[in-house]
Design a protein around this ligand. Structure first.
Ligand code: CAA
Length: 400
């Protein structure tokens, strides 16, 4: 059973994230979005508020909070701007939780502790210029050479590429399996920015998430110590899918926050704007759009809460997470499109936040599993082509 109330600790995390959204993100988000730059105060503020490691156990530098808290923080940050929630997605969802689950003790001490304390920033690199959804289509290679792997390749569309200190990178260690596209030829490595042969750059001209950093990483004959292999050779695909179970969860909860932001912007505007002698809140078709936003918000929230509850129990959540991600992103796109509509011509300019919501909502139906992939996955579950078997490793359960 999901409890329909939150614990004091969960509410404290929510309030902390809400405060960051209200005080750090929202006052000048339009300027940062226009200039396509990240607010330099955001990461330090999140680190100071312990928002970069709160659901990592205390023994690894975090606060030991649960995964529902991660969802609540994602909702609040994306209410401010998608770019802020993306930080949680990559730093915690796609790096710290996978390192907690799959890495050895030495790796956890070296990389997880500073990431959880917010002293170092981390991200994840699977996608390449020619492979996104098709994860086994990546080309990067890591060839064993004594105590090292020689890493070559290019990663693309990587959030925080130009800011992260650590990267969780996926590459082929078995070249025969690469040719045959057998996933057990892929491996995962922790790579540091400062190593020779690592270079990064930012992508400009994005449709949305303009106040966030997205870029590419290039690896040219990078000597990765063999001790930076995560878990074991051949486990890369499973680790990548595990990462996405956590990242997609934060996207689902974040998109739920975006729906709420659309709804609230429309309520405010509908109470101010008059047409035909009345506030537009009196018009039934405006009411319908706002009602749809409320419905989308409520059911998106129940879906990510269900996934969060499964994670808290230490139960596999791939199906629930995929469903939550698909539906929340779909509803966020619809809510944002209607939010622009409710604002009429004003919705078409950045004088109001809804055009930013509209542009930001689009990205989430593409990254971390396109809406098409999640649609196919859900059909395959019910048709019996796919099932969530117990995993070799899964998130450690947490007390709430
Ligand atoms: N956790 C752990 N293991 C998992 C898993 C999970 N969630 N899901 C699958 N596995 C394991 C399976 O158990 C299976 O193991 P065995 O072979 O031992 O039985 C193995 O992985 C293969 O599983 P599937 O057969 O289910 O894999 P598939 O080939 O059907 O997957 C797919 C196809 C669903 C399309 C999958 O490749 C996928 O989700 N692709 C999308 C990738 C994606 O989202 N990319 C975007 C990344 S975002 C990014 O990189 C940018 C950024 O900055 C964040």
């Amino acid at each position: 059973m999901i409890a329909f109330s939150f614990t004091e600790n969960q509410l404290a995390v929510r309030d902390m994230a809400r405060e960051i959204a209200q005080k750090i993100i929202m006052p000048d988000i339009t300027e940062y979005d226009r200039s396509q730059k990240m607010n330099p105060r955001l990461l330090p503020a999140m680190a100071e508020a312990n928002l970069l490691g709160f659901c990592i156990p205390e023994k690894y530098g975090g606060l030991g909070m649960d995964y529902i808290s991660l969802g609540l923080a994602s909702e609040e940050l994306e209410y401010g701007d998608t770019s802020a929630r993306v930080i949680l997605s990559v730093h915690i969802g796609l790096f710290s939780l996978p390192v907690l689950t799959w890495a050895n003790e030495e790796q956890k001490q070296k990389y997880l502790v500073p990431a959880a304390k917010g002293e170092k920033i981390a991200t994840f690199g699977l996608t390449e210029p020619s492979a996104g959804t098709d994860a086994v289509g990546i080309k990067s290679t890591a060839v064993k050479d004594g105590d090292y792997y020689i890493l070559n390749g290019e990663k693309m569309w990587i959030s925080l590429a130009d800011m992260a200190d650590y990267f969780l990178i996926f590459a082929w260690t078995d070249q025969e399996k690469k040719k045959k596209r057998i996933h057990s030829g892929l491996s995962a490595f922790i790579v540091e920015r400062d190593w020779e042969g690592v270079s990064t750059g930012s992508i400009h001209g994005k449709l949305g998430v303009r106040a966030g950093n997205t870029g590419y990483i290039s690896f040219q004959d990078v000597k990765v110590p063999a001790k930076n292999l995560v878990y074991q050779e051949g486990a890369g695909f499973k680790i990548a899918m595990f990462c996405l179970d956590q990242g997609r969860y934060t996207v689902a909860a974040g998109s739920t926050g975006l729906i709420r932001a659309c709804r609230d912007a429309c309520i405010k505007y509908a109470k101010e704007r008059q047409t035909f002698g009345v506030n537009i809140e009196q018009h039934q078709l405006v009411k319908q759009m706002i009602a749809n936003m409320e419905a989308g918000y409520e059911y998106s929230r129940y879906l990510w809460l269900k996934a969060g509850w499964l994670k808290n129990q230490g139960k596999r959540s791939t199906k629930a997470t995929s469903l939550a991600k698909w539906i929340a992103c779909r509803e966020a796109e619809a809510a944002a499109a209607n939010a622009v509509q409710v604002h009429g011509a004003y919705g078409f300019s950045d004088e109001y936040p809804v055009e930013r919501f509209y542009r930001n909502a689009k990205g989430a139906s593409i990254y971390e599993g396109t809406r098409e992939i999640h649609t196919i996955m859900q059909a395959d579950y019910v048709l019996g082509f796919r099932q969530d078997k117990e995993l070799e490793r899964d998130l450690p359960p947490v007390e709430q």
